[in-house]
Structure formats: structure tokens, C-alpha cells
Design a protein around this ligand. Sequence first.
Ligand code: GTP
Ligand code: MG
Length: 185
Amino acid sequence: EHPYPTEIREYLYKILVIGDLGTGKTSIIKRYVHNIFSTNYKSTIGVDFALKVIQWSPDTVIRMQLWDIAGQEKFSGLTRVYYKEAVAALVVYDITRPNTFEAVPKWKADLDTKVCLPDGQPIPVVLLANKMDLQDETSVGLNGEDMERFCEDNGFLKWFGTSAKDNSNIDDAARFLLEEIMHRE
Ligand code: GTP
Ligand code: MG
């Protein structure tokens, strides 16, 4: 029917992955991009990068450039440099360690003071409650209502309980974030 092939639209998005030490940022990215998981902990130094290419629709390709920022950068002055021109972020905490949840608003505030969209709006941010495979009665912040209020109060669009180990909910969280980015185009 069409005499010429449809034009392919390509988008490149810089997306930050931040949160405290050892919460599983690198593991989530490795699972999402390469579908692998390791129990070995090798703390990220500075920042690492990963690229995930997604055929979003027949005529749309998305390149997600994931910036895997070391948890130990929390109080370093470098985050401003890393955050530059990001269009979205994932903030990760570890449901087995309350202090990583307490740090979430600090990471969010760090983001909001250092990066925004070209129109001045805050970038879309999603909260990941990671290590859901270890969930028990001591886990932090999993009550749905409380978490929704927490997200509203702290400017998160939504939260997802994830496990890099079991590969649960990571694709859904990423898809949700991409939809939010596309809506803002
Ligand atoms: P930094 O780079 O130091 O900021 O840490 P990080 O957030 O990148 O954490 P990383 O992905 O390196 O994971 C830390 C440890 O948690 C590793 O031993 C992982 O195997 C483990 N881990 C990560 N995600 C999960 C998960 O979903 N479930 C379980 N059980 N362990 C996980
Ligand atoms: Mg890491």
C-alpha cells in the first residue's frame, strides 16, 4: 500500500539510576539490559553506562542510555555533572535496609535541585523497592497506601516492587517510565 518504507523515528533518552550503596542499581540494569544476575557485590565507582535499544513500535526505536551512578556519590559534588540533560530517573532502595528508604527523599531532592526538563518541569521519577525476593514482615515500606502517599509527597510518579534476582517488575517499571517520557515530548 505504501510506495516508500515508513520513516523510522529514533529517540535517545538519558536516564539516571540512583540510590544508596548496594540497593541493586547495577543489578537492575544488568538484568534489564543483559538478563543476567550475580550475587557478587562489586560496588560501582563513579558512574557506569549501559544502552538498551527498544523497538517501541514498528516505526519507533528508543535508545535508553542508562547512567548507573555509584551510591557512594551521594554526598559528592559530582552528581550535578552526572545529572546534566537527563530526561528521567529511577530511585532505588533496598527493602531489607530501612536507612536506604530514609535516603530516598535526599536523592530526590538532589535530583530536583540539579536537573529539570527544558521547559523547567521536574524530570519524571519512579521509585523502585528492590530485593522483593527477600520480602518478609520486617521489609520496609510495602504498604500500598503508605507508599502511594509517600510517592505523592515526594514527587514520584509511581513505585514498583522489583527483584533483579527474580527479574520481577523491572520491565514494567521501565515501560511506565518510557511512556511518561514520551508523553512529555
Ligand atoms: P553501588 O554500586 O555500590 O551503589 O551498589 P548497587 O546499587 O549498584 O548494588 P548492586 O547491584 O551492586 O547490588 C548489591 C548487592 O545486592 C549484590 O550482592 C547483588 O547481588 C544484591 N542484589 C541486587 N539486587 C538484588 C535483588 O533483587 N535480590 C537480592 N536477593 N539481591 C540483590
Ligand atoms: Mg553499582
